[in-house]
Each structure stands twice: as C-alpha cells, then as structure tokens.
Write a protein that binds this ligand. Sequence first.
Ligand SMILES: Cc1cc2nc3c(=O)[nH]c(=O)nc-3n(C[C@H](O)[C@H](O)[C@H](O)COP(=O)(O)OP(=O)(O)OC[C@H]3O[C@@H](n4cnc5c(N)ncnc54)[C@H](O)[C@@H]3O)c2cc1C
Length: 462
Amino acid sequence: MSTTTLSPASVRAALDGDPAGTTTVLTPDDDGYEAARAIEPGGVEWRPAAIVRPVDAAGVARAVRFARDAGASVSVRAGGHSALGLGRDHGALTIDLRSLDSIEVDPDGRTAWAGGGLTAGAYARAVGEHGLVTPFGDTASVGIGGITLAGGLGLLARSHGLTIDSLTGAELVTADGEVVLVDEREPELLWALRGGGGNLGVVTRFRYALHELPTVVGGMLMVPATPESVAGMVEAAAAAPRELTAILTVMIAPPMPFVPAEWHGRGVIMANVCWSGDPETADAGLAPLRAVADRAGGAIVDMIRTGPYSGLLEEAPGGSIVATAGTFLADAVDGEAAAHALAELESSPAMMRAVQLRVLGGAVADVAPDATAYAHRDAGMVGYVMAAGPSAEAVAGYRPWVGALVERLRQRDGAYAAFVPDGDPALARSVYPGATWDRLAAVKRAYDPQNLFRANVNVPPR
Ligand SMILES: Cc1cc2nc3c(=O)[nH]c(=O)nc-3n(C[C@H](O)[C@H](O)[C@H](O)COP(=O)(O)OP(=O)(O)OC[C@H]3O[C@@H](n4cnc5c(N)ncnc54)[C@H](O)[C@@H]3O)c2cc1C
C-alpha cells in the first residue's frame, strides 16, 4: 500500500500552477479522472490520489520531487496496458506520460528518439515512413514505455531481437528529481533499463537503433487445433530460419466476422507470423507452418500479406473486458501437453481463454543472459495463459484454472516481466534470477534507495 495518502489540494497547490503552467492535475472529483485512470484490460482497482500529466522532463522531475518530499509513492502510466503487471501498490501519485509523445527520426544515423508516452504503433508508423523498424510487440496501443523497460517480445524477435536490444540510450528522471542522460557512458544504468522495468525512474525519452526493413510478409494464419497441430506448429516455428517469428495463440475461436461460422466455438491456433527476410523467399520460409495446417485439414483463415511491419501491430480490443493471466517459460510443447491444454481450453467456462506460445531463439538467444536485465535468453518459448470475463468477480474464479495450466506447461524456472500477473511480488525473483537480481538491486540502491518507484515488478534496493 502507499505510505502516504496525498490530499488533492496539496497536489494542486504544488503542481497545478507549476512554473511552466503545463502540468494537468486530475483528482477523483475531476471530470476526466475516471477516463484518465482506465487501463487495458479493465477491472484493476487503481485509484491514485492524483494523476498528473506533465508535458516534458522538467514537469516529470517536479512531480517526482513533490512525491518524494511528501513521502508518497509514484506510479507511471505510459500506454496503460499493464493491468496484469502494474504492481499491487499502484502509487499515491500517478505520472501520466501520454503528453510526452514526440518522435525524432534520424534515418541516416539510424537512430530515433521517442517520448516515453508514445505507443508502439505510432512509433512503428513514424519510422516505417523511412523504411525502418525497431522491434516491438504485437499490439499497436501498447506503450513503448512499459514494453521497452520489460524487454519487448514481438514479431521481429528472432530476426532483430528484443526491443531492449535496440535500446541505445534514454533520458531518465531519477528518484531525486534529476534529469540524466543514460547511454554507454552509464553502463550499469543502461544495463538495468534493458529489462529492469520501471524500477530505476521515469524514462521521458528513449533512444533506439533503427533497422532497414521496408516490408515484411506476415499476418494471421488460423489452423485447426489438434494435439498434433499445436505441437507441430511449435516445432516448425522453432526450427524455422530466424527470419521467421511466430506467436501462436491456441484458443476457442470467437464469433468474429473473419472466422467461418462453422469454426465458432472450436479449438484453433491463431498463428501471427512475420517473415522479415527477402519477400521472395517467404513462401519457402512459411512452408513448414502451412504444411502443419494442411495436415490438420487446411488453414481456416490465411491473412498473410506483404506490407510494412507497422501493419502487423493490432489495436488491443479495449472495452470492459477483465482478464487474469499467468506466464511460464518452456522449450517445447509435446502432443500430450498440447492435448491437455486443448481439453482445458474446451472445458473452461471463461468467456475468453487462450494459451499463447511465443517461440523465441534466433537473435534473442544471441545476446548473453547477463548482458541485459532480461535474463531468460536461452528459453525457447515464453508462454501465457489467459482467461477473461465480464467482471472482476467472474474472473477471480478462473485464477486456479490459469495457475494449474501454467504449472502443467512450465518447463523452466523464470518469468517475463511484462506478463507477470498483478505484479506478483513472489514472481519478481523468477523474473530477475540470481545475479541479475543482485545487480539490479545494487543499481536500485544507487538511484532509488527509498523505493519511490515500486508500482512495478519491484526489486527493492539492496
Ligand atoms: C493487449 C496487450 C498486448 C501485449 N502484447 C505484448 C507483446 O506483444 N509483447 C510484449 O513484450 N508485451 C506485450 N504486452 C505486455 C506489455 O508490454 C506490458 O503490459 C507493458 O508494461 C505495457 O506497457 P504500457 O506502457 O502500455 O503500460 P503502462 O501500464 O502505462 O506501464 C506499465 C509499467 O511500466 C512502467 N513504465 C511504463 N513506461 C514507463 C516510463 N516511461 N518510465 C518508467 N516506467 C515506465 C511502469 O512501471 C508502469 O507501471 C501486451 C499487453 C497487452 C495488454
């Protein structure tokens, strides 16, 4: 829980009339407070005493100094997609970064500076105009802030690595309210920002490397889910050249217009794939996945197209859906595990339920486990089990089901920060194992000894 309850009046007095006159302050009585605190997916009871929305690093620094002096904890809101990973202490003061959405692209220098409140989709579109990319996740509306600081697993993972593998610097507001430039001259801090979550401060701008990739071949292939097709898709995706990345979601087909009616309510694999090699070679690269589909009776939907990488990033569904989830690491899914997962998905009463398998390797595994604060480089797969429903009450009943399926599929210790449910403190040590934990805790002590930033997968100062 927060150490101090801030009075709305004190926040207003300190920050509403700040010297720049630019920070917006919202307290629970204000119109706009409810909309500003909404996060995706819904159902998280997150009610800070105030939400402040600065427009620059100086405004963020003022808010941080105010919270520190008041003895209040701080949470950071960027894209607002971390309902499952925000942490239990949601902070007395929330710093909303959505107005920090600038982007400067230097195509010749292959570098972009992007505001900490930008979304992955807006970033991908802006750099895509120059035929360039930085790898992000599968969803456009996710904030670059949360996904970058966690690691960043997406459709270019096997070819271009995690988002943090392209993170070359940052502008950071530390717990003492200083604005510091982090680059290779601050190696420990840069190491910690590459996967250490929001533990070190507020990143007001990120600097990324850009890679030339004007077009990719990708999209969604929907395949009938059988134990053989699930195991076969995982195996084919893991054996594919690194130009191919696949995110395989095993689920009960929703009654969406693009799904043929006879498949509604039946088990399918929604394979989101991306071929980032020469488009001419895409058919050969994708052939093993299509062969699995053929053996299962043929693809149900094939939406694989040539186009810009930004076109593969979809908007989150939004709305009032509430979800619970769990995560695991594995290297393979055999027929028996796949059969178990399918039976569980078919019998669960949850409105929506899915097992997502992100097949890694390639460029992710090229980087040494101790080179960044993301330590699980050698895991072949990050998995995610999700159950969703109309209300928090309904969803609470699905937690044991999620937990049991996660344990059945888990093959390795560890967890990915961005998928940790409810910021579960017990899982923080598996996100940051052994030496990673010790090193992160030491950086934390140097930059945030009071643990001002703890609304995250928290590593307390050593
Ligand atoms: C629909 C959906 C799809 C997703 N897809 C993927 C995916 O493909 N790959 C993947 O890796 N993850 C994915 N995620 C997980 C996502 O990366 C994390 O939940 C991430 O934390 C969301 O970032 P955000 O900025 O949108 O969220 P927020 O809730 O705004 O921020 C999350 C946390 O990150 C920290 N933070 C954010 N920005 C900053 C900043 N600038 N400075 C300091 N701290 C900051 C804070 O601790 C904050 O509490 C997905 C999540 C959702 C809901």
